[in-house]
Design a protein around this ligand. Structure first.
Ligand code: MV4
Length: 446
């Protein structure tokens, strides 16, 4: 087992990892930017090392500085958290070449899954349902048109280097595809340095359901059931829950089995999430495999009574998974609300600044993962998420009441937050009756 881990991240996820390390008796090395200097959460690490100026490109994304910090801090492993360098295969490779264990999948698996078209081919090979679409990269407009005619409009042009909703273009007919195709290629080239695109039939009003998995180096793969992330706005998730209210036991079983099969086929290790879209008839289709711990992992932890960060660390150090599939059962229902420093009354514009009042909820079934406090200044340089409220109840109804109760207890001044909108969503009949769909928030609060 590792004695010392460097956490190559900031904010709530860095704190989340420090906490588990403390419980495991593992020391931690924090890295921080000039903007995060003096932040209270850094005190939970055993050592802290400044890695540069506020901008992520000058600090949290600087691979050489992070590797140097791991050397100076005498760490044996590096946990990347989510975002930042977490899905950068080059970073994972450099960590291992520098003799630091990267707490995540192999760089080969990451590179393969980072290419969404390769991931799609892999899913097909494993017999997992994928959306009807092209067999591979599409090189010409003629080819795109021919394929679209074959399975019918509307179609989505997707960047193979994209993911998470980035690099997608919708076309309802041949005319639109003639502009969408070159635009998608150009945008992908500019955004990712790779203009390769593929085609999928567009599934209208899908639900977004993802399966959490973890795999060790002994061939053990365990799923921790699914999370429903349908309640999002412009690909920014606002509310996540588990289990999904949109699927029945049969679909759940089939989806979780498909996800396990995919991870086995890919030879994937560590924590990962297989993302599906689900149509009105509960048909599910593979979309992508996220090769990291995700923001919303706590809802899976709450319903299965596990610590996913602990499991990640154990697996990375070469130990067997600390649980078997049989031990993973669904207990009750969990809901997560991301607390963002954003103004819901002003198009969710970021609302950085000093938090002058911070009174938070507590009580039965309430978990708050947050690195902020009264007097903390939310920096404009980073993601606007300042915490996550996770509630657990014996069923969905209780979890919803508890989430509403807990959100109402927040007293925050100095910045705007997403809380008022989340309270509206949680009380909306569409959410309560599980009739939500991915574009619901955009439509209802246009
Ligand atoms: C789709 C789709 C419809 N049809 N693919 C968005 C996130 C990215 N991971 C995949 N996304 C989608 N892919 C096909 N073939 C609709 C979406 C999508 C979406 C998916 C999940 C949650 C919210 C969404 C919002 C808009 C579009």
């Amino acid at each position: 087992m590792f004695q010392r881990i460097l956490v190559a991240n900031r904010g709530e996820i860095a704190l989340r990892i420090f906490r588990t390390c403390r419980e495991m008796g593992i020391e931690t090395v924090a890295v921080f930017s000039e903007a995060d200097r003096g932040a209270a959460y850094l005190e939970l690490a055993d050592q802290k090392i400044c890695i540069g100026p506020a901008r992520v490109s000058d600090s949290y994304l600087k691979i050489d500085r992070i590797i140097s910090a791991a050397e100076v801090g005498n760490a044996q492993a590096i946990h990347p958290g989510y975002g930042l360098l977490s899905e950068n295969a080059h970073f994972a490779e450099i960590c291992r070449d520098s003799n630091f264990e990267f707490i995540g999948p192999s760089h080969q698996a990451m590179a393969m899954l980072g290419d969404k078209n390769t991931a799609r081919s892999l899913a097909k090979k494993a017999g997992i349902p994928t959306v009807p679409g092209s067999e591979g990269i599409i090189d010409s407009e003629q080819e795109a048109l021919a394929i679209a005619e074959e399975f019918g409009f509307p179609v989505l042009v997707k960047a193979t280097a994209g993911g998470g909703g980035r690099g997608m273009r919708l076309a309802w007919n041949a005319e639109e595809l003639k502009t969408a195709f070159p635009q998608a290629r150009q945008e992908a080239k500019a955004a990712f340095g790779n203009g390769d695109v593929y085609l999928e039939k567009y599934i209208e009003n899908p639900r977004h359901v993802e399966v959490q998995l973890i795999a060790d180096h002994f061939g053990n793969v365990v799923h921790l059931y699914e999370r429903d992330c349908t309640m999002q706005r412009r690909h920014q998730k606002l509310i996540e829950e588990s289990p999904s209210p949109h699927i029945g036991a049969k679909t759940r079983q089939a989806m979780c089995q498909a996800a396990v099969k995919l991870v086995q086929t890919a030879g994937y290790t560590n924590a990962g999430t297989v993302e599906f879209i689900v149509d009105e008839k509960e048909n599910f289709y593979f979309i992508e495999l996220n090769a990291r711990i995700q923001v919303e992992h706590p809802v899976s932890e709450m319903i299965t009574d596990t610590d996913l960060i602990r499991a990640q660390i154990l697996v990375a150090s070469g130990e067997k998974l600390p649980f078997t599939q049989k031990e993973i059962q669904i207990h009750g229902h969990a809901i997560e609300c991301r607390i963002n420093a954003e103004d819901p009354k002003n198009h969710f514009c970021p609302s950085p600044g000093k938090i002058t009042k911070w009174i938070v909820p507590g009580g039965l079934g309430v978990r708050l993962d947050s690195h902020v406090h009264a007097g903390y200044t939310v920096s404009p340089y980073y993601d606007s998420m300042i915490g996550k409220l996770i509630v657990h109840g014996k069923n969905r109804e209780e979890a919803i009441s508890r989430a509403i109760r807990a959100l109402s207890e927040f007293q925050i001044e100095g910045i705007q937050t997403s809380i008022s909108r989340q309270l509206e969503i949680l009380q909306h009949p569409v959410f309560v009756e599980a009739r939500g769909y991915t574009r619901f928030i955009e439509k209802e609060w246009a």
